[in-house]
Design a binder for this molecule. Sequence first.
Ligand code: ADP
Ligand code: MG
Length: 697
Amino acid sequence: MVLDNDSKFHTSDISTIKGLGPRYVHSFYKKGIFTLFDLLLDLPFRYLDKTKLTKIADAKIDGSYSLIDAHIVKVNNMTSSRSRIFKLGLQDETGYLEAVFFNLPVNFTKQFQVGGRYLVFGCVKFNDFTSNKNIVQPNMTRLNESEIIQLEDRLSPVYHAVEKTPQAVIKKVIHSTLETMQNFPFEELLDNKHNPFKISFNEALYNAHYPVAQKDSTSKFILQNTQSFKRLCFEELVAYQLTLICLKKKNETKTAYKLQVNTDFINLFIKSLPFSLTPDQMKVFSQIADDLSLEKPMLRLLHGDVGSGKTLVAVMSMLICANNQKQSVLLAPTEILAKQHYNTILKFTSGLNIETTLLTGSLKAKQRAEALEKIRSGKALIIVGTHSLFQPEVEYKELVFSVIDEQHRFGIDQRVALLKKAPLGKTLHQLVMTATPIPRTLQLALFSDLDVSTITTVPKGRKPIKTVVMSNEKKDFVISRLNETLKNGNQVYWVCPNIEATEDNDESVTTSFNELKNKIKGYKVGLLHGQMSSDEKDSVMQDFLDGKISVLVATSIIEVGVDVPNANIIIIEKANRFGLAQLHQLRGRVGRGSLDSSCVLLYDKEDCTDNETAVKRLQIMRETTDGFVIATEDLKLRGPGDVIGQRQSGFDIFKLVDVRRDFELINDARSVACDLIENDIEKVKKLIARWFKNFNL
Ligand code: ADP
Ligand code: MG
């Protein structure tokens, strides 16, 4: 079979790239980049502008980079001092600029001589102390006196860090893959009439990596505002809509199991709870119960802010199945969450004699075999787990209903994989749950295949969370206050950005852990991050739940769903690096019990070149706890240089799209998708294969 170019990019592993050694390949894998296609979609997060020269007098001091043609007029070698600072005085016809270097090898500094002409590239700042402009650690290229400078005509990409891989290597492999693309271009899948941007896929992708410099570039270049980028998102949205339409069509040809709803049984259960259900929980539960009692498959989205009590509604729905002696599954995105749901269900159903089973990737062989057997024999009626639930070796006796928690964490292909566990010729009733705050109109477009239920009220008795925003300079003050409050038995989350090698490489959660361990006196400090083994994570989480650990230092791994009602303080370090939606999720970890709760957002002053926007964004968290308001404001305030990655946008189902940013494209994408389904099934297949290659019905 001859592969088309699309398939080649999808099937070629990055290890086939010449000059990319196994060690680097592994680092890319760790970031989820496996194929040439993945690599091409790893778009830059900022750009360097070497398309024009700037005079020293005109160099901006706003954090942007300048390219300057200057002569050395002074060499100040202070290598004898402890800090090994090396300074150069630079001059052009408009002014003077000081270049500062740290720890340069002495031999290296010798090349710089008074009178030498250099092309200097870096970030110019104003030094209050010397009243000079200076430029720290610039890139210096030697020029001959008469040399004519060849300026670049496109911006140069800077990519997200890949562990232990120099930026130059990342840049080189992506560049060579783009060259491959120019020789073997992707097929154009959007006809003119379906392409409002009139830019081809190949051109758009190339432009996204190497944009043509803007003529009047007074404002900073933002990839996400370009036609090229929108063109790519548009195509991804079309493909996404196609998967929804296909899934819906397929589902309509099948029936689901019709369940009897035993009202007495349910009422008894509700009475056994230590609290009463909120009116919204009741309303939504009865919508679900109605759906389950029909042969028509339920396809419902349960939408409710963090802490609104979605889990309980899901459990009650699963009880309907168990009461019919049928199986249901609850799928969670992380092991911690699966385990927590499992324990919650055990607790709520303790008197009911209903077998509940946990299935996750980390079960020991023996436990796993037991769990699989219970699932196969039908003994287990309620099954809770992670991705393990839809692996091929898991056989269900008669699965009728699936619940997906935090559904934005799962791709549509995973939903399909789970559906395949339905008995032959049947399909599942499906409930998907999310706390992602998106407007109703968007929900309709985005989940056009789903009915939507919403919980807007939160359980009674919750106290508002007090939120403060502070600079990281106050960190020691915060720690000393913590030492005070821990005396009252409070439990604390201390959250740091995820462990990920970055250029500055300073954001290790372990560093904060060690610091807190030293500074918190008399209380146990625990550490939790994604790179620990599942056993380690479990035992730390259990100790925190049991109150043995007072301060839990963690990455945003605790963001989804973790429920420790006694924890009432959350401190988020480098809060400016999180998306607001994510901060909202994190803050939702506290304020779950009846204690007074607080949230401290520490922003990193160094990070915030555009200090005002960063702080303003965080202030929104202080002003409201309404997830929807937060999401809307977040979007408005995403300023230049705001590098919120896909991971932090709260939606993992897309490669490029952020629905809260790109929602204006959704309706048009939907029309194109509908037209394609009617008229061009070949293109439909190709679009789905390009963007959602694991989706197979
Ligand atoms: P989320 O919607 O974020 O998933 P959870 O289901 O985790 O919220 O519920 C948060 C907490 O509220 C849990 O500890 C749960 O037991 C509790 N809870 C749920 N329903 C109620 C209720 N009606 N009254 C009081 N507490 C409730
Ligand atoms: Mg939840």
